[in-house]
Design a protein around this ligand. Sequence first.
Ligand SMILES: [Zn+2]
Length: 306
Amino acid sequence: MRKDWMLIGCLTLALPLILGAGLPTLGPVPAPTPRAEDPSPRAGSEPAAYPDQPLKVPVPPAKPDPARTDKAAQEPAAPASSAPPAPSEKHTPTEHLAKDQDLGGSDALAARDRSEIAKEEPEAFAACIGALKAIGARFLEIDRIEDGQTCGIDKPIELDTVLPGIRLEPKGILRCETALQLALMTRDMLRPAADAAFPGRPKLTAIRQASTYICRNRNSADDGKVSEHAYGNAIDIAGLRFGNEEMPVMIARQDDGTSEAAFQRAFNAIACLYFTTVLSPGSDATHQDHMHLDVITRRGGFRYCR
Ligand SMILES: [Zn+2]
């Protein structure tokens, strides 16, 4: 009986050793391998690439908005997406640009030698007339104008109404392209800007022009280069009418905080999206009381806006 108890005791003590000898030896357990693709950051560990955002999911740097880059402000602005492309060299009468044109702020800025009135390219002209009608402008197609060898328009129009409800006062003679840019600018930018600046006031009802087609040299000088007005490419805007109220066009001081000043600054900027030359009041001695706009084509699509 005593032997039995001793046997049981020995077996009890030896059993773990016997069993242990038959089991595989447990080695050190490897730490779980971090998954390389696991994007979740770990608390307390700062991703080296984003030292300022240790606990946030890394975010790639925001892409610059192409519409808001400084580059857009520094370089000649492109026409708004809704606007048609700038007049092509094929149908504009401004294709004979001098290589070193004068950008010194005079009325018409590109020189050219012309021996005859430039012909409108038929397809482009038809497209322009169609676009102008679709916008709701009112105009007449009038006979070709030929004033000597230097002035004239192949297919002039007499513009009476820029948009439904917004007249050109007085009506003026222009190339279709010039009228179309005026109508697009007014519809897409100028009228909405006026609505934003002057809520509750009478709506924009007229654009007051001071000059459209006229056979003259730049700045009405006796000699020198011919003005873009002499080709129907230019319009001078003296003011805008809101109901019975007239507002002259001007350059507002930067420290003028009125909505009128904000609107005038907007108008200066808007015009450069549709016209390739903008000479605002005050930009030089001959542009004190009107804004000169023209659709001249320059090498590389360059715009001159002051
Ligand atoms: Zn002018």
